[in-house]
Design a protein around this ligand. Structure first.
Ligand code: 6PG
Length: 263
């Protein structure tokens, strides 16, 4: 059974979700010493990230123990508006002074999407193997054991039921340029995504990787998502967001996005 928490408006969602995420970061760092936070893109999380930056900046959380990823990216360079990384830089990374080495960037928008997805997967695999951690000291011995800590995942949801850039009617482009229909069972950790009808390219982590999260928070707002959210909460597999509706998932939603009966 998924947990659903309903908030009166986007401001309340921002504040309450930032508090819950901070609590989860603190709990994970206390238990594991490290954590990897995978951020959602889009517009809903902006207020949450700004609020979270304020809470994290108090100095009581060891920021050098956190690594940040963006769960998916538009085909836009990270220094341009419209990029999810650009939004995260503005709302969270810059206010916190997060150094570049603590951010795994898709480097979207230049070159080939399939190539970028494959490079990002390599970057993530090195991170998961603890090879991207600073080993300090001149001898730079490899870390004794992977020290990446558990994954905390934040996701949004579109009115069509997509999450990250797992677009329901798109093709996933796998390493070697093999194209397969969008699926909950995409191989690997990252993929390029092509939407034939719009010609849109995206980059995304796969459901297989996202399902490894110890905790997943969906942030959903907007009356246009009401019907889809009801289906996703019921686990309708037609919608990629349902593929991440797991025991460790909590839906943080504004009142306009849920049926009156759920109030
Ligand atoms: C993106 C996101 C996407 C987003 C949903 C919801 O690149 O836009 O990764 O999955 O979370 O589309 O977007 P809003 O929060 O703006 O409604």
């Amino acid at each position: 059974m998924d947990e659903v928490r309903v908030y009166r408006d986007i401001e309340a969602l921002a504040q309450e979700s930032a508090g819950l995420i901070l609590e989860e970061i603190r709990r994970t760092l206390h238990r594991h010493g490290r954590a990897t936070v995978i951020l959602a893109g889009g517009s809903t999380p902006r207020g949450c990230y700004s609020d979270l930056a304020g809470r994290l900046s108090t100095g009581r959380v060891p920021l050098d123990r956190l690594t940040w990823l963006i769960g998916d990216e538009r085909w836009v360079p990270p220094d341009q508006p419209g990029s999810n990384e650009h939004m995260a830089r503005q709302t969270l990374f810059a206010p916190l002074g997060v150094p570049a080495q603590r951010i795994l960037s898709w480097q979207a928008g230049t070159g080939d999407p399939g190539y970028r997805a494959a490079r990002f997967e390599e970057k993530v695999r090195r991170h998961l193997a603890g090879q991207l951690e600073e080993t300090g000291g001149p001898d730079r011995r490899p870390p004794a054991a992977p020290r990446i800590g558990p994954l905390l995942v934040l996701l949004g949801m579109g009115a069509d039921g997509h999450t990250a850039s797992l677009l329901p009617d798109a093709m996933a482009v796998l390493p070697g340029s093999r194209r397969v229909p969008m699926s909950p069972d995409l191989p690997g950790l990252a993929a390029a995504v092509f939407q034939p009808e719009t010609g849109v390219w995206r980059l995304t982590l796969t459901p297989r990787f996202l399902r490894q999260a110890c905790r997943i928070f969906f942030l959903v707002s907007g009356a246009e998502k009401k019907e889809t959210l009801r289906e996703v909460l019921n686990g309708d597999p037609r919608y990629p967001a349902s593929w991440l509706n797991l025991p460790q998932t909590t839906f943080l939603v504004t009142r306009d996005a849920v049926e009156a009966i759920r109030l």
